[in-house]
Design a protein. Structure first.
Length: 227
């Protein structure tokens, strides 16, 4: 009998201990939800800031399909990897966040699950008071100056963007940005020698001229009548 009483006391102590840690752990949150496995999600702290893992649901709006996304909030800002799914559960995007803005590589997928495009972004720290950005010249890629601006919470295109054919998966286009600026692509039909610029004929034209070099030119009539 005494042993049974000690076992009951021990069990009651364990239950009270678990209740204490459970209550203490959630006391920092103003509101939160629990999953079926008792994991905490969608928590809002005493300062009304989103914290920890969140699952966001967006319904269909004006013909645009709805979706769900999951990831981590840190002090009210998205942080780290965020995954987006359509309402059928298929993943449509995998994004990376820093300081609440997109940062690094972002991947977007087609309805068939193939890679549709890759974006590259740079996030700025809103807590840093200033940031230095380059100023480019008109019509060229030369940096002519630098400008100091007050940093805010935002992201700019930075790095290489890739676009893929949805049917074959083949890379069809790429663009490389420098902190929001898309440098001008070099003209492949222009060559520079001795500081002079001259047009370079396409390879097909050069091949045709070489094949037909030395042949006598035949004068043709244009249909006009001369007097």
């Amino acid at each position: 009998m005494k042993n049974n009483f000690l076992k009951i006391q021990k069990l009651a102590f364990i239950i009270l201990l678990l209740q204490f840690f459970f209550t203490k752990g959630f006391a920092q949150y103003k509101t939160f939800d629990l999953t079926a496995s008792r994991d905490t999600i969608n928590a809002i702290d005493k300062k009304d800031l989103k914290q920890g893992k969140w699952i966001l649901h967006t319904g269909e709006v004006r013909g645009e399909p709805g979706y769900e996304e999951e990831g981590i909030f840190k002090n009210g800002k998205k942080e780290g990897v965020w995954r987006r799914y359509n309402l059928n559960g298929d993943m449509t995007a995998m994004e990376n966040y820093k300081y609440g803005g997109k940062d690094g590589e972002q991947q977007y997928f087609t309805m068939m699950g193939d890679l549709g495009r890759v974006e590259s972004w740079k996030a700025y720290n809103p807590d840093a008071p200033y940031d230095t950005i380059p100023i480019y010249g008109q019509g060229n890629n030369e940096i002519i100056n630098y400008k100091i601006v007050k940093a805010e919470q935002y992201s700019v295109k930075h790095g290489t963007w890739k676009f893929y054919d949805p049917n074959s998966g083949r890379l069809i286009r790429s663009e490389t940005y420098d902190r929001g600026f898309l440098p001008k692509e070099p003209d492949t039909n222009v060559a520079t020698t001795d500081n002079k610029t001259k047009k370079v004929k396409p390879a097909e034209v050069l091949q045709y001229e070489k094949k037909n070099s030395g042949k006598k030119k035949v004068k043709t009539r244009d249909g006009q009548t001369g007097y």
